[in-house]
Design a protein around this ligand. Structure first.
Ligand code: G3H
Ligand code: 13P
Ligand code: ZN
Length: 320
């Protein structure tokens, strides 16, 4: 099956009221684990590639690995650039055939963010690609000052509903990543482990009332940092004290409130690390990479199955 367009996956997800998992990939084992899990669960899939992933693996390797995955499965798969930081990087990915790109100029003042995003949108739309942009700022727990923080928007670090409307209208972006207390990595919260879901509702409603319809929102930093996996890492010699993620119940509310794309990377990394550490600890004489990458791949697969089935609810929707 050829690459499926992100636009088509979004349209079906909005109609079916489920969320698409956007999983970050860097290597063969991650791609295999994610694709096999989604195939078994009949889930549509977005594979996303960051600038760092391109630097690590080489864009050609990633492209060929994804082509291999697509040729071996019949589930719909779209390919997305995660956190593109320049027009040039977005253009490269558009030219390579990515079905969507993210331009992340969220660290810029509002007008500059609009200007950079609009430039990417203009190029992307001429070349059959759709664009995700971000308004507000994703900060780690230690920097989260909520409304008071940052100078990025009226909402401080957080996305302001009225500004989201203005941003979407002025930039022409096709989906919007929101900042509602979410952040990347394994240490997301110092105190209460919650997203600002009321703000999410307000953003979704503001877009609807402004005539932008059932506008797709994107939730970054959606790893839940599963306690059992962190415990496994720590048990086998790791050190991840106070690792904390977004409760899966919050992700479910976010899905029902209109987060159509949900980004997960950290959980994959933790699952893979737990798998490798276990083999290293239990079989210190093992030196065949297949013997530790294989179990690690199986753990990633299990995690992804759980996500698409129980959290994102996109399982069973591959052939809608
Ligand atoms: O949001 C960032 C993603 O988790 C990708 O991370 O830039 O380390 O590849 P990376
Ligand atoms: P996590 O760090 O929570 O997995 O977020 C990943 C992400 O947002 C990728 O863009
Ligand atoms: Zn992100």
């Amino acid at each position: 099956m050829p690459l499926t367009h992100t636009r088509d996956l979004f349209a079906k997800a909005l109609k079916g009221k489920y969320a698409l998992g956007a999983f970050n990939v860097n290597n063969m084992e991650l791609i295999q684990a994610i694709v096999e899990a989604c195939e078994e669960e009949k889930a549509p899939l977005i594979l996303q590639i960051s600038k760092g992933a391109r630097q690590y693996a080489n864009p050609v390797y990633l492209k060929k690995l994804i082509e291999a995955a697509i040729s071996l499965t019949n589930i719909p798969i779209a390919v997305h650039l995660d956190h593109g930081d320049t027009f040039e990087l977005c253009k490269q990915c558009i030219d390579e055939g990515f079905t969507s790109v993210m331009i992340d100029a969220s660290h810029e003042p509002f007008d500059k963010n609009v200007e950079i995003t609009r430039r990417v949108v203009e190029y992307a739309h001429k070349h059959n690609c759709v664009v995700e942009a971000e308004l507000g700022h994703l900060v780690g727990a230690q920097f989260d000052e909520g409304e008071a923080g940052g100078g990025f928007s009226t909402g401080g670090h957080y996305t302001h509903p009225a500004e989201a409307v203005r941003f979407v209208k002025e930039s022409g972006c096709d989906s919007l990543a929101v900042a509602i207390g979410n952040s990347h990595g394994a240490y997301k919260f110092k105190g209460e482990q919650h997203l600002d879901l009321d703000r999410l509702k307000a953003i979704k409603n503001a877009l609807l009332e402004a005539g932008l319809g059932d506008y797709p929102l994107v939730l970054h930093g959606a790893s839940s940092v599963p306690a059992h996996l962190v415990a496994e890492v720590n048990k086998y010699g790791g050190k991840m004290p106070d690792a904390r993620g977004v409760p899966e119940s919050d992700i479910e509310v976010a899905r029902r409130t209109g987060c159509t794309k949900v980004n997960i990377d950290t959980d994959l990394r933790i699952a893979m690390t737990a798998g490798i550490r276990k083999v290293f600890a239990e079989k210190p004489s093992e030196f065949d990479p297949r013997k530790y990458l294989g179990p690690a791949r199986a753990m990633v697969k299990e995690l992804v199955r759980h996500k698409v089935k129980n959290v994102l609810c996109c399982a069973g929707h591959a052939f809608d």
